[in-house]
Design a protein around this ligand. Structure first.
Ligand code: FES
Ligand SMILES: [Fe+2]
Length: 380
């Protein structure tokens, strides 16, 4: 798990007037809205005596701790210590909790967990330009799985498993070929020519698979010549090493689109869209889960301990660019952290840690030395 990345923390419309706790990278955060409805994300642990701020209430545009009423604004600064001091409106400098940048996109809440300044920070990728067109049916699914997040991400970039794990595709011919490929240090895209609904192979039908390490997002676009295209975008958020929250967005076109061979393809009906969302949530995701929960090791394996073939190229690259990005951005030393998790609070660093490293009550989580390799390994 690594810091200095955008992670999806929830669905924006589900965050109402009550604060909400979310666990990411093994740490707890509180999400809340201020008086102007702007969403904020703070470390969930009060610097007074460690209570969870989520149990408090939104007040004066900030959040008030449930235990002794200390109030914190959206920047994490304590603005009021209502009892126990002679200067309630002048809290000491160290009366602050880390605050993390927040942005909304595709109806989701993204939080930036790391200490990079705004000028160094990557943007949340524009992986779904169709979202704002009004031309696509939209469906959102949020599921928790007790699987490592990279195992999930690799699965979304593995074209071959579809024909074996998923009932809806088991009858299809098994051939899948990579015919195009694009790779940068944070993005990989591969076109897997495959089957059509009649079971015929063709280079204008198949799966476009994309992965961007920024926000840990996979996009699968299923192109057919005789059936509406389907866009399935999946964000994987590491709750901790063994648990993942998946936010999946499913789009199908409302009206006619052009297939890759230039022919016209009809749009999808609302009933077809609903059926696809229901089937994905209630069947397809569980079919993946049934196999992934038994796959070992629990974290992504070193590629030297697997026997990979051509169509595994993309998932191996997903692994490689994640390891490389994590080494640059800062990988959490989970083992060291675990040693004292029950006796000490550690927080994920935020941008204020860089500009003002002193005057914090809670120390930051231990990080691995730069290029140390453990768990995930670069693809050979
Ligand atoms: S623990 Fe939060 S105000 Fe005391
Ligand atoms: Fe699958």
């Amino acid at each position: 798990m690594f810091i200095n990345n955008w992670y999806v923390a929830g669905i924006a419309e589900e965050l109402a007037e009550k604060p909400r706790r979310v666990r990411i990278l093994g740490a707890d955060f509180v999400l809340f809205r201020d008086d102007a409805d702007t969403i904020h994300c703070l470390s969930d642990l009060c610097v007074h005596r460690g209570a969870s701020l989520t149990l408090g209430e939104c007040k004066n545009g900030g959040i008030a701790c449930p235990q002794h009423g200390w109030e914190f604004n959206g920047a994490g600064r304590c603005t009021l210590i209502p009892a126990g001091t002679k200067t309630p409106t002048e809290p000491p400098k160290r009366a602050r909790v880390p605050a993390y940048p927040v942005t909304e996109k595709y109806g989701l809440i993204f939080v930036f967990l790391g200490d990079q300044a705004e000028t160094e920070r990557p943007a949340v990728p524009d992986i779904m330009p169709e979202w704002d067109s009004g031309e696509w049916h939209k469906g959102v699914i949020s599921r928790h799985k007790d699987i490592n997040y990279m195992r999930m991400a690799e699965n979304y970039n593995d074209p071959c498993h579809v024909h074996y794990i998923h009932e809806f595709a088991k009858w299809l011919p098994k051939g899948v070929t990579i015919v195009d490929h694009e790779l940068t240090d944070q993005y990989v895209k591969a076109w897997h020519a495959a089957w059509d609904a009649k079971g015929e192979f063709g280079e204008s039908r198949g799966l476009m698979m994309e992965y961007n390490v920024i926000s840990c997002v996979s996009r699968n676009t299923n192109y057919q010549t005789d059936y509406p295209p389907q866009i399935v975008t999946a964000y994987v958020t590491p709750i901790d090493e063994g648990n993942t929250q998946i936010h999946m967005i499913i789009l199908t076109p409302k009206s006619e689109t052009t297939a890759l061979d230039g022919s016209k393809v009809r749009g999808s009906t609302p009933e077809e869209q609903k059926m696809l969302v229901d089937m994905t949530r209630d069947i397809v995701m569980d079919e993946d889960y049934a196999v992934l929960k038994t796959t070992r090791p629990r974290q992504a394996a070193p590629t030297t301990e697997e026997l990979l073939v051509d169509t595994d190229r993309t998932l191996a690259q997903v692994r490689t660019l994640t390891v490389d990005y994590g080494n640059k951005a800062g990988r959490i030393d989970v083992r060291a952290w675990r040693e004292f998790q029950d006796t000490h609070i550690r927080v994920i660093p935020c941008p204020d840690h860089k500009t003002d490293p002193k005057n914090w009550v809670h120390k930051t989580v231990p990080l691995m030395p730069g290029e140390a390799a453990e768990g995930l390994q670069a693809a050979g």
